[in-house]
Design a protein around this ligand. Structure first.
Ligand SMILES: *Cc1c(COP(=O)(O)O)cnc(C)c1O
Length: 397
């Protein structure tokens, strides 16, 4: 996945361009910047590449999720349905807006289970936010049908799945609004950065204003602009956007490399009849950023994960034990360890987490191994790695 593996002259030249020009701020300074607008250019490049009408760059993926929720109208006391398997940014952003994250089980897609989502909808639910973890997507048609039936917004967190598609739409462009991350370890990187994707003009205007203190960005005199809404600073800098501009031009190449490596690994692992693979919803195509597979039970997954580590198969995750992408490790959320006071309503809304178990999620995450696909591997390295993985797994069954 990480685009940083391929840094080179393209990134250097884009950066040099900004430094030579001297304007590191994306807005204003029109007379001085001699026509250089890296953030604006990256937004246009993303619009064309991902076939979406509007892109708003921001300072991180977490910022993108926060802005997406805000423009979708999520706020005080609202409930947002999110998966048990995600990055912590998901519930952090919901809580920063004074809303309540309602964690719902995942299914064999490793993303939100539409059946469990329907059971979790209440009169307070405002949005459903699937997270397309590890390069593959939720069943978006099923989630959209629930949104239509209950008048909810669909917000896609596609931070880990840029370049994947569902029914011929790029992930992040299917729902009302989508989010991407360009942090240092993502498929394309700005160092730090993120984007909001939408086909809704009003959302686009609101994202533009909200992410820059409510500035309306009309005219060239920043001091004279009006401020139709309250906002915040979620701006990206020209330096970050410059790196992203070099990277996004290689997105299709990166995805093709990921697919090639993924296919070699998958073919080799398919020789083991006890292994099954993550389900990809009909009409979906992964970004191939990770290969996810299931072992027969938790004990075997633990054994395999340990042997992978001990024997140099790096970048494979057993999220059940190792990482903080899964509800089991979120004690700081369950105990609401907040530095500032949280409203009584949100506290009440989070009480369910104290003793709730997520057996269905455990069933899938407990058996899952998720292997990051690196861009820099040679074909030969992938082949050798695949053979070693098969040997270790066979030895552990
Ligand atoms: C990386 C990530 C984020 C947050 O992105 P940052 O740019 O690191 O803030 C949000 N959601 C998911 C699923 C992620 O993987």
């Amino acid at each position: 996945m990480p685009g940083f593996e391929f840094f080179g002259d393209a990134e250097r030249n884009e950066l040099k361009d900004v430094l030579d020009n001297g304007i590191l701020m994306r807005y204003g300074f029109d007379a001085l910047r001699k026509g250089h607008y890296k953030a604006k250019s990256l937004e246009e490049e993303l619009q064309n590449t991902l076939k979406v009408n509007h892109v708003q760059l921001v300072s991180s993926g977490t910022a993108a999720v926060s802005v997406a929720l805000a423009i979708a109208g999520v706020g005080a006391g609202d409930e947002v349905i999110v998966p048990t398997f995600t990055f912590v940014a998901t519930f952090e952003a919901v809580m920063m807006l004074g809303a309540i994250p309602v964690l719902v089980d995942i299914d064999e897609t490793l993303t939100l289970d539409p059946v469990k989502v329907e059971q979790a909808i209440t009169s307070k639910t405002k949005a459903i936010m699937p997270v397309h973890m590890c390069g593959s997507m939720a069943n978006l048609d099923a989630l959209q049908a629930l949104c239509d039936a209950h008048n909810l917004k669909l917000i896609e967190d596609a931070c880990q799945a840029v370049g994947g598609t569902y029914k011929n739409k790029y992930l992040g462009t299917y729902g009302n609004v989508g989010c991407l991350s360009f942090d240092f370890v993502k498929t394309i990187t700005c160092g730090e950065g993120g984007a909001i994707l939408t086909n809704n003009k009003e959302y686009a205007v609101n994202a533009d204003q909200f992410s820059d203190h409510g500035h309306d960005h009309i005219g060239t005199d920043r001091g004279a602009e009006s401020h139709p809404v309250l906002g915040y600073n979620f701006r990206i800098s020209e330096l970050h956007a410059a790196v992203g501009l070099a990277q996004v031009r290689r997105l299709k190449e990166f995805i093709a490399i990921q697919k090639q490596h993924y296919s070699i690994l998958r073919e080799e692992l398919s020789k083991i009849s006890e292994i099954t693979f993550r389900k990809v919803p009909d009409g979906g195509e992964e970004s191939y950023a990770f290969l996810n597979f299931y072992l027969p039970n938790l004990d075997i997954a633990r054994k395999v994960s340990k042997k992978f580590k001990d024997q140099g198969i790096d970048a494979c995750f057993h999220y059940y034990d190792n990482n903080w992408h899964y509800v089991r490790k979120w004690d700081h959320l369950k105990e609401i360890k907040s530095l500032y006071p949280i409203s009584a309503e949100v506290k009440e809304g989070l009480k369910y987490l104290k003793d709730k178990t997520f057996d269905q999620s455990d069933h899938f995450i407990g058996r899952n191994i998720s292997c990051l696909i690196k861009l820099s591997w040679s074909k030969d390295e992938v082949k050798k790695r695949a053979e070693k993985m098969v040997e270790i797994i066979k030895d552990s069954l």
